[in-house]
Design a protein around this ligand. Structure first.
Ligand SMILES: Cc1cc2nc3c(=O)[nH]c(=O)nc-3n(C[C@H](O)[C@H](O)[C@H](O)COP(=O)(O)OP(=O)(O)OC[C@H]3O[C@@H](n4cnc5c(N)ncnc54)[C@H](O)[C@@H]3O)c2cc1C
Length: 367
């Protein structure tokens, strides 16, 4: 099926026909990329209905403008920016349209974030199959970029879990796409950067879980070879794998890392699943040790954020050799949050690891 890209004006170029008609100036806003290194001035529209999105497309067509779709604006670069044209912001289209706790199939509007979704479903024992490093991304944006999580080796990107979606094309037509209907468009629009149209309704298959906790093992690898060996060995069994690589290390220690493996708990292991699956249980405390507001922590840490101290901390965290003690992988409970690891529970663990490391001689001497 031939679909015209969204940012190609369907009408002949305005310069060939007529001068560009300015859009209402009060729509003008500065729109930034997440990295805050780029920002543009755009005419911003925030519709709440499919009809509203269609009207924006209509405006673009008749005025010879281009459209940039924007979910949560979490792309590091300029994927959701288009200077002096229309920014179609979908954050207000964030409703849950249908939910089946029996099958774990959910239908949402494109502006619903991964956070919105897990908070809605977790008490029924379901979880987003793919979670990026931030849970603030919209599902429309997640599909537009076909995002991955720390479990990509196991479950693939988010597109693999989409059941079907409705795509509003630049001409204002709605096409239902799935693995059996409008197949080519289904596979092209997922990861299509929003160039072929706007997802206006998305149906996703979620992942069944039996606890609000994950079992997490943390250990260090001495070098890059060790890191790859550990990943190769664990890829078939782990649900999540992530490595924090010490980029200061050189020579034999090149690639030494701190690795976290996280696994879902099988049914029956968590004695109180109804407790741990509560949304409130997943919310992390606002304070550290019940006293220091986390929002102030950066002030205390700022003086330490210099190359020397960071080098030291990273070195301590990644020089722990895989010895007998660490092969007995430490398990500890950890809450879902970004889908991989939550920081607060890690603090005490890391502190213990760091203290022990001070007394240990690393396998590879760092430079
Ligand atoms: C802290 C952080 C951590 C991250 N970690 C990861 C990670 O682990 N893995 C990973 O893969 N990515 C990661 N990302 C990147 C992020 O997941 C992607 O950039 C994602 O696409 C952002 O979604 P968004 O809703 O913010 O979309 P936006 O940035 O607003 O838009 C992204 C793209 O999607 C298109 N789009 C938006 N809405 C729609 C729609 N309704 N229909 C069609 N197209 C649409 C836009 O045109 C644009 O091209 C991370 C980003 C941050 C800020």
């Amino acid at each position: 099926m031939a679909i015209e890209p969204l940012n190609t004006p369907i009408q002949p170029k305005p310069t060939e026909r007529m001068p560009l008609v300015p859009l209402p100036y009060d729509r003008l806003e500065r729109v930034s990329a997440w990295g805050m290194n780029t920002s543009v001035c755009s005419y911003v529209y925030r519709p709440t209905t499919i009809e509203g999105v269609r009207e924006v497309f209509e405006t673009a067509r008749t005025q010879g403008r281009k459209v940039a779709l924007r979910g949560s604006g979490c792309s590091y670069g300029d994927a959701s920016l288009l200077a002096e044209n229309i920014s179609l912001d979908l954050t207000r289209m964030n409703r849950i349209l249908a939910w089946s706790p029996e099958t774990g199939v959910i239908t949402v509007e494109p502006g619903a974030t991964i956070r919105d979704i897990w908070r809605y479903v977790i008490e029924d024992g379901w979880w987003s199959p793919v979670v990026s490093g931030t849970m603030m991304v919209s599902l429309g944006g997640a599909l537009g970029m076909n995002i991955h999580g720390k479990n990509n080796f196991r479950v693939g990107p988010i597109g693999d879990h989409v059941v079907e979606f409705d795509l509003l094309t630049p001409k204002g037509e709605i096409l239902r796409c799935s693995r059996t209907e409008n197949t080519e468009l289904f596979y092209t629009a997922i990861g299509g950067f929003g160039m072929l149209g706007c997802f206006v309704r998305i149906t996703l298959q979620l992942k069944k879980i039996y606890s609000g906790h994950l079992s997490v093992h943390a250990f260090a690898t001495a070098d890059l070879r060790g890191l790859f060996q550990e990943f190769e060995a664990r890829m078939g069994v782990a649900d999540y794998l992530v490595a924090w690589v010490d980029c200061f290390a050189k020579g034999k220690a090149l690639g030494r890392s701190l690795v976290h493996q996280a696994d879902y708990l099988p049914k029956g292991v968590d004695p109180v699943p109804a407790q741990t699956l509560r949304v409130q249980h997943q919310d992390l405390p606002e304070t550290l040790f019940g006293v220091i507001p986390k929002s102030l922590m950066w002030r205390f840490l700022k003086p330490l954020s210099i190359r020397r101290s960071i080098r030291k901390v990273v070195r301590l965290a990644t020089t722990k050799p895989i010895d007998r003690r660490t092969r007995h992988l430490r398990s500890y409970w950890i809450t879902y949050r970004t889908g991989s690891l939550s920081i607060s529970r890690e603090v005490s663990f890391s502190t213990r690891v760091l203290c022990r490391q001070k007394r240990r001689k690393p396998v590879s001497q760092p430079n």
